[in-house]
Each structure stands twice: as structure tokens, then as C-alpha cells.
Design a protein. Structure first.
Length: 133
């Protein structure tokens, strides 16, 4: 299954809805599109990974590269709606300490605005829930 990127904007936040697999043959499309959007002036990004069923090492590296590129440009990049496997991957690689993770889109959007209330992804709650299953 090839990777698809659908873009939208909400309150000035560029949301990239990704679907498919973030793998060696597909990941560069996200990196390239992020760079194009930065060149157009976008600085706030939210990657919605709800429909991403698999991330390999190249896909993971691409996420880190996008994060670094956006940060160097003075922007922010956050992740939304990761499935269980992808959360476990971020925990295993300790990248959950780098990325801000969210379960709800409005909380993720609100996190870009300092005076808004948000609920962040709680890794401890996730682990407890996994043990119960």
C-alpha cells in the first residue's frame, strides 16, 4: 500500500493526514512536502498518523528529520493519533521524549496556543491500559 498525504489547515496549523506505510520507498514524500510547506511560510505542523499502519526505520528517520528541519526553521511539529504499534516504536526508541503526542485533534491544535487548555498524551496511562488488555 503506497503512502497518501492529504493536507488541510485548521487555525493556521498545517495538518498532514497520512495513510499507508511510512517505509523506505514512501517516506521521502512526507519530508519533501514538509520542506515545500516550510518554503511557503508554514511553521506549525501536525502529522495525523491515524491511518499509518506501519513505520520502518526509514520512516522513523524521516519523522526525526522533519522534526529537526521544522525546529531549525523556528517551527513546531507534533504527532496525532498513533496506533498501539507506533506508540510502542516511539517508546522503544525513546522518541516519545522528543515528539509531542496527542490523541485528540483539538488538543493538538490547542497545544500551539499557550493560553488554551490541552490534554497531552499520557505514556503511563497508555502502558497501564496495555497491561490490562
Amino acid at each position: 500500500m503506497s503512502l497518501e498525504i492529504h493536507e488541510r489547515e485548521k487555525e493556521g496549523i498545517r495538518i498532514l493526514d497520512l495513510s499507508g506505510r511510512l517505509t523506505v520507498g514512501e517516506a521521502s514524500a512526507v519530508r519533501d512536502r514538509t520542506r515545500e510547506l516550510l518554503a511557503e511560510g508554514a511553521r506549525r505542523f501536525l502529522f495525523n498518523l491515524q491511518q499509518v499502519d506501519y513505520i520502518d526505520s526509514t520512516g522513523l528517520g524521516m519523522l526525526v528529520m522533519c522534526y529537526t528541519t521544522v525546529e531549525k526553521a523556528g517551527g513546531e511539529l507534533k504527532l496525532l493519533n498513533l496506533n498501539r504499534r507506533n506508540v510502542e516504536l516511539l517508546v522503544l526508541t525513546k522518541l516519545f521524549t522528543v515528539f509531542e503526542l496527542f490523541n485528540e485533534e483539538q488538543d493538538a491544535v490547542n497545544s500551539f496556543f499557550p493560553n488554551r487548555e490541552i490534554r497531552r498524551f499520557d505514556i503511563l496511562e497508555f502502558v497501564r491500559h496495555q497491561r490490562e488488555e
